[in-house]
Ligand binder design. Structure first.
Ligand SMILES: [Zn+2]
Length: 197
């Protein structure tokens, strides 16, 4: 429709304003990636929808008592809300990883939860400026774990937490191969009794 078809400039102006409004509306989906934050003692979980956080919760199978007896120091034992329960579960998992590694030091790590493999791969591309198909990874410089909520399990989260703990615990970051050996061990030992040395 041509603007010249309107009889008055006012109508043309209205159309312009209306069109601009439409364009504005159309921009909203393109501006997605709105992050919400779920904060625990050790983790800052960033997620894009409540469904993602619920899916994350479902996929992280971990019992507070899985070999962490006496170590988990939560003072209130009552589970008040779903959020409280999830926090306890995540912090218990994190403390189990610290216990396996025998590396306990105050630390807080960000976890970016992406809704799909595509979104995760896009994040990888934005960071590294090249394609990458990793399922999950940790970047020391950003102190952030990157994961796809549609493809994760407790062992994967424990593995990436182990990378974060190892990299931050030692005064010199260990070589990648050493760090990977430790992280894989944590992954495999997550549900086992912890050996003490
Ligand atoms: Zn690894």
């Amino acid at each position: 429709m041509k603007l010249s078809g309107f009889k008055t400039p006012l109508k043309a102006a209205r159309l312009v304003i209306f069109t601009a409004g439409l364009v504005g509306l159309l921009w909203v989906p393109a501006m997605a990636d709105q992050w919400s934050v779920f904060d625990t003692k050790y983790l800052v979980i960033r997620y894009q929808s409540l469904e993602d956080l619920e899916e994350f919760d479902r996929r992280i199978e971990f019992e507070e008592s899985a070999g962490v007896s006496g170590f988990f120091t939560g003072s209130n034992t009552g589970e008040n809300t779903e959020g409280d329960r999830l926090k306890k579960k995540l912090d218990a998992l994190f403390e189990k990883v610290q216990l396996i590694l025998d590396m306990r030091k105050p630390i807080k790590i960000t976890v970016n939860l992406y809704p799909s493999a595509e979104a995760l791969h896009e994040a990888y591309f934005q960071i590294y400026k090249k394609p990458g198909k990793l399922r999950a990874w940790y970047i020391y410089e950003y102190n952030t774990i990157y994961m796809n909520v549609a493809d994760l399990k407790a062992g994967m989260l424990a593995h990436e937490c182990a990378h974060a703990i190892v990299d931050n615990f030692l005064s010199v970051r260990p070589p990648r191969a050493s760090s990977e050996i430790l992280a894989r061990y944590v992954d495999s030992a997550l549900y086992k009794e912890v050996k003490t040395y």
